[in-house]
Write a protein that binds this ligand. Structure first.
Ligand SMILES: Cc1ncc(C[n+]2csc(CCOP(=O)(O)OP(=O)(O)O)c2C)c(N)n1
Length: 395
């Protein structure tokens, strides 16, 4: 990513580092209205002059992205099936969004922090978190399934945009400590209308926190289309209002997402502040298993977006580069099937929890209200157990 250092100070005030137009060398204030693409819909590399100064990742890296995307899609399909079998209460699928999810998460270093939403389970799996631990919340368990510190990955936020503030806060802490750590967070297109998103963008801009915001624009907030969310040309355009560099990216091009997120994370770790990146993509499945998308979008739209499939695009490119041989393809499919099988087996096993655990780890010190609720539940459980013994049910 090229920023013009000459533009960083005007009238003694620190200004947003702006990029330069590759051809005219003029400063670019608003993101390019044409989404950044490095590999086009047909699987061909975009000419260098249209790459906005970004380089195509190496073929080895692209193969790694492809492998992770295939595993993620197989896993996502498996989890949706488990939901239909009643093994999970709910699951928000990211099918069709693999390039944004995987392209972003594979740009992170182990030392960086990730702040995901409910949509981003495939990113968590790619980060190395056990799939069963990821699904514990969707299964209805009350605590996060994994240790956030061990994976430097917070729990999945369901209250929209709250994770963006957490990412900024963690970024600020890293900055104050002098740690070379970046934080990355996903925000849905609908969640950009939340006040929390504004606060996160603004605080990050003012304090130059090492935070990368990925606006994952999958076109809908449940049934609400983007046109009812904003009148702005793009969501990335907002960046300039916060004094933060903004980029508008084809979110179905894993190469472009990966290149730009890698550059933005490098900037963040080097102390050059936040970046806002809008990735344009599409949610192919329903919002969750409780949603009927046929009520608010046409099947022709879905068909149209399926023709821009992120996996097929990268596959075509890798085949043209002779990177995707039959043997490689087979090993990728084997990995994907293993992950699906492991998840299926573990999720089909029954789990039982002590309901009293609900009250653990809520506050550092016990509070009277919570104690009252705990005692109430304990008495209710004891009464039920006594009644069961009395009626002979328990034996
Ligand atoms: C603060 C808050 N308000 C409302 C909701 C209910 N809700 C859950 S998902 C959703 C739509 C979010 O859409 P978007 O941000 O575009 O993300 P997507 O689900 O498409 O990934 C809404 C309104 C919520 N979870 N949190």
């Amino acid at each position: 990513m090229r920023f013009n250092p000459a533009l960083t100070s005007v009238f003694g005030r620190k200004m947003v580092p702006m990029s330069l137009n590759v051809e005219t060398r003029a400063p670019v204030v608003l993101p390019d209205p044409e989404p950044l693409r490095l590999i086009d819909d047909t699987g061909r590399a975009v000419p260098v002059k249209r790459r906005q100064g970004f380089e195509l990742p190496s073929d080895e890296r692209l193969l790694e992205l492809y492998r992770a995307m295939v595993v993620a899609r197989r896993w996502d399909t498996q989890v949706t099936a488990l939901t239909r079998q009643g093994r999970l209460a709910t699951y928000p699928s990211a099918l069709g969004q693999e390039a944004t999810e995987i392209g972003s998460v594979l740009a992170l270093e182990k030392t960086d922090w990730l702040f995901p939403t409910y949509r981003d389970s495939i990113a968590l799996m790619t980060r190395g978190i056990n799939p069963v631990e990821i699904l514990s919340g969707f299964r209805g368990d009350w605590h996060s399934g994994w240790d956030p510190h061990a994976h430097r990955t917070s729990t999945q936020s369901t209250p929209l945009a709250t994770q963006a503030l957490h990412a900024v806060g963690m970024g600020m802490a890293a900055k104050l400590r002098g740690d070379s750590v970046a934080t990355l967070t996903f925000v849905g297109d609908g969640a950009t209308s939340e006040g929390d998103t504004h606060e996160a963008f603004n605080f990050a801009g003012v304090w130059q926190t090492p935070t990368v915001f990925i606006i994952q624009n999958n076109q809908f907030a449940i049934s609400v289309p983007l046109a009812k969310q904003t009148r702005a040309r793009t969501l990335a355009d907002r960046a300039i209002g916060y004094g933060v560099p903004g980029y508008y990216v084809d979110g179905n091009d894993a190469a472009a997402v990966h290149a730009i997120v890698t550059a933005a994370l490098d900037r963040a770790r080097s102390g050059d502040g936040p970046t806002i990146i809008e990735c344009v993509t599409y949610r192919i499945e329903a919002h969750t298993n409780s949603d009927d998308p046929s009520r608010y979008r046409s099947s022709s739209d879905v068909t149209e977006w399926k023709s821009r499939d992120p996996l097929e695009r990268l596959e075509k490119y890798l085949v043209s580069q002779k990177m995707l041989t039959d043997a490689v393809r087979e090993s990728i499919n084997t990995d994907a099937e293993k992950m699906a099988e492991l998840t299926r087996d573990e999720m089909n096993a029954e789990v039982s929890h002590d309901p009293m655990e609900l009250f653990e780890n809520v506050y550092a010190a016990e509070r009277p209200g919570l104690r009252e609720q705990r005692d109430f539940l304990a008495a209710e459980i004891a009464a039920e157990a006594a009644a069961a013994v009395g009626s002979g049910v328990a034996s």
